[in-house]
Design a protein. Structure first.
Ligand code: PMP
Length: 360
């Protein structure tokens, strides 16, 4: 009988996309841009000609453009089918069965999936107080078997950030390991390790166009690293991994920085307002430098998630953080609806509690 590799059939858990069976009007579960993408991208899409679609995409042209935009050499960059593929290809290139991968939890689930699929062993280090970066625990965990350390900055699902000095310490101590700094939410934060690419030979930086650029459906990500590593990784990736629509629209997306800045400013403002409103309802909501927040609903979590679904709103149940839900930040109006639904759930909850209490 045909059998898949043991590491896949025994170790890799299924990734559950939150594709819900109920009708959703407001998706706040995947950290997407709820307002869509740049109108310039949309206009370009409508212009793409039939014989352009008939040709294989020219990734090299797109890489040159992104390299210029980031102030890197094209040889230090690989465009990927979303940041997901950047993580996957890094695992495939560097991990041998039994190698150790250090992840700081709670973490984006795909690191574990791709690392396990490569046969690696996962070493989980829980984040510190208030989800701070557990620097000394990470440094203590590094050993000769460590081949990959992932630092998500800002982190998903917490929104917490890591200081550059801490990342530098990890890079220096784990000189024989790849250190991936996942900057999927970089635009909402503003600090980056991109400038150290090529200087720190074991540093890799991943970015995505899925969040601030509103192009999750286009699947476009970036893996940056030292030229000698990127050129090796290029050998094992499909030369046509990004599609022609992404290649054609990329210049418009990059040049419309006004769109990105406007969206980022809106998210930051709405996020802070939403956070303080949620806290004033009595729920813990962690500070975030991304386009989402993590909220602790505790034992009310399931009732709240159900109530939100009744309102057609999808939020992300983070089972790896007990009692917590990750909520993407939409427009001000959308978040007002979420808040209204939350308030109603709270009123209903306390009414129910009163009814259930025995009469004095
Ligand atoms: N890294 C992080 C931290 C993410 O949150 C995500 C998507 N949610 C990704 C990578 C993957 O992004 P994509 O494949 O859409 O570029």
């Amino acid at each position: 009988m045909l059998k898949a590799r043991n590491c896949i059939s025994r170790e890799v858990p299924p990734y559950r996309t939150p594709c819900e069976s109920f009708p959703i009007e407001l998706h706040l579960d995947m950290n997407e841009n709820t307002s869509g993408c740049s109108p310039r991208v949309l206009a370009k899409l409508q212009e793409i000609r039939s014989n352009t679609i008939a040709l294989y995409p020219d990734r090299e042209r797109a890489e040159k453009l992104v390299a210029e935009f980031l102030g890197r050499q094209a040889s230090q960059l690989l465009l990927t089918n979303g940041a997901d593929e950047a993580i996957d290809v890094l695992c495939r290139a560097f991990l041998e069965p039994g190698d150790e991968v250090i992840l700081i939890t709670p973490a984006f689930p795909m690191y574990e999936i791709f690392a396990l699929a490569a046969g690696a062993k996962i070493v989980k280090i829980p984040a510190g107080d208030e989800f701070s970066f557990p620097l000394s625990a990470v440094l203590d965990a590094v050993n000769p078997r460590t081949r990959l350390i992932v630092i998500t900055n800002p982190n998903n699902p917490t929104g917490a950030v890591v200081a550059e000095a801490d990342i530098m310490q990890v890079l220096k101590l784990a000189a024989d390991a790849a250190v991936l700094v996942d900057e999927a939410y970089y635009e909402f934060y503003g600090a980056t390790m991109m400038n150290a690419v090529g200087i720190m030979p074991n540093l890799f930086v991943a970015r995505t166009f899925s969040k601030a650029y509103g192009l999750a459906g286009m699947r476009l990500g970036i893996l940056a690293g030292a030229t000698q590593h990127i050129s090796l990784i290029r050998r094992i990736i499909s030369p046509f991994n990004i599609n022609v629509f992404a290649v054609e629209c990329l210049p418009e997306a990059l040049h419309d920085q006004e769109f990105v800045q406007k969206y980022v400013a809106q998210v930051r403002g709405t996020r802070e307002w939403f956070r303080s409103e949620v806290e004033s309802l009595g729920f813990k909501c962690w500070p975030s430098q991304a386009n989402f927040v993590l909220v602790k609903f505790g034992e009310r979590k399931d009732v709240i998630l159900k109530r939100m679904r009744d309102w057609g709103i999808a939020l992300r149940d983070r089972q790896d953080c007990p009692g917590c839900v990750r909520i993407s930040i939409g427009t001000q109006k959308e978040m007002e609806v979420v808040l209204q639904a939350l308030k109603q759930t709270r009123i209903l909850g306390s009414q129910r509690q009163r009814e259930e209490q025995p009469a004095p």
